[in-house]
Design a protein around this ligand. Structure first.
Ligand code: PRP
Length: 212
């Protein structure tokens, strides 16, 4: 039997996914230990678990370096890769939103040549072009996006809001919701043909766990 490889997005999602894999009898909890190891093998179940940066999960899965991935919908929307999205895991819930200074509430979309900073420029571009019919100036950032409107780099941001703490602590607010988000179970298209039975068995177990 060949190994099935699962790519987990480093961070909170990986921890939650590891718990579910352990619950369904595919233990990978050794990965939770503070180690720098990026790959863990469960010999009994013929499974490999790899820890990768969230935005790289769709790449590993699309190329078949991983058969399965657990990753946020935000990354899937931003990357738009040719992979199957099988299960909404129901955890890692948050939203993509347009955020900015409170004073812009209800009127931010009247600004001409709106400057939008985001890690998610594809999502932002699609939202403004298709949903709002607006042409905006996109500014790509890689983190601490909330800083942009505070220092005049942008008028607003498009970013993930989970608890809202980062916005509150920086005097910003949600101006408009863009998309609800959560973790997703994704599968490589060729793996789905070659290893259909094993993969669908895991999918069903995840569905039961999520729905039950
Ligand atoms: C994410 C996101 C927000 C924050 C939202 O950032 O980009 O900044 O979490 O969470 P909250 O609503 O609970 O405050 P992340 O921690 O991934 O760091 P980043 O600055 O590198 O994007």
């Amino acid at each position: 039997m060949d190994y099935l490889t699962v790519a987990l997005a480093k961070g909170r999602l990986a921890e939650l996914a590891m718990d579910i894999f352990s619950d369904i009898g595919m233990d990978c909890s050794e990965m939770k230990e503070k180690t720098r190891k990026l790959i863990f093998t469960n010999e009994e179940k013929k499974m490999k678990f790899i820890l990768v940066k969230a935005s790289d999960v769709p790449t590993y899965v699309e190329h078949g370096a991983a058969d399965i991935g657990i990753v946020g919908k935000d990354t899937l929307l931003e990357e738009s890769r040719n992979i199957y999205e099988m299960v909404d895991m129901g955890f890692g819930k948050c939203m993509m939103a347009v955020c900015g200074p409170k004073e812009l509430k209800g009127k931010y979309d009247k600004i001409t040549n709106l400057r939008v900073a985001s890690k998610y420029t594809h999502i932002a571009e699609k939202f403004f072009n298709e949903e709002k019919g607006m042409t905006v100036e996109l500014i790509k950032l890689n983190g601490s996006v909330e800083l942009a409107p505070l220092v005049g780099l942008s008028d607003v941001i498009v970013d993930i809001v989970e608890t809202g703490k980062t916005l509150r602590e920086n005097g910003l607010d949600v101006l408009e919701e863009v998309y609800p988000l959560s973790a997703r179970f994704v599968v490589n298209k060729v793996s789905m043909k070659m290893e259909k039975e094993r993969i669908m068995d895991i999918v069903e177990k995840f569905k039961e766990r999520v729905e039950g």
